[in-house]
Design a protein around this ligand. Sequence first.
Ligand code: 5GP
Ligand code: ZN
Length: 118
Amino acid sequence: MCIFCKIVNNEIPSNKVLENDDFLAFHDLNPKAPAHILAIPKQHFDSFNDVTPEVMGKMTSFIQEIAKEVGIDKSGYRVITNIGENGGQEVKHLHWHVLGGTKLKWGHFSDSDTKGSF
Ligand code: 5GP
Ligand code: ZN
């Protein structure tokens, strides 16, 4: 079972922000902004590559709720999902980084050069 499935099953503790039947949000262990929340579907998907439009639709509302709950909806925030090796995905359970609480630098999350192969 993957590490985020273990968090869903309460086998690993997490600092929860919001939860419903389908999704869970908790603080990132290693925050990269004053607010750094991870939003995950309870159902395991390896990454964005595998998620269904139905789950994504509900995920949108959930992320909007997180931003309100944390109080960053008006000041602004960033939503990111890393996909696969080039995307820098470390945990292979679909998750969204919800970052805010300060003026975010764009370069931090796109700090590669523009040359490469794909
Ligand atoms: P990725 O690099 O896969 O997009 O992001 C994985 C994120 O999960 C990282 O920001 C990392 O700090 C966070 N993370 C990894 N393990 C744990 C954990 O056990 N608990 C929490 N709360 N966050 C974790
Ligand atoms: Zn999982």
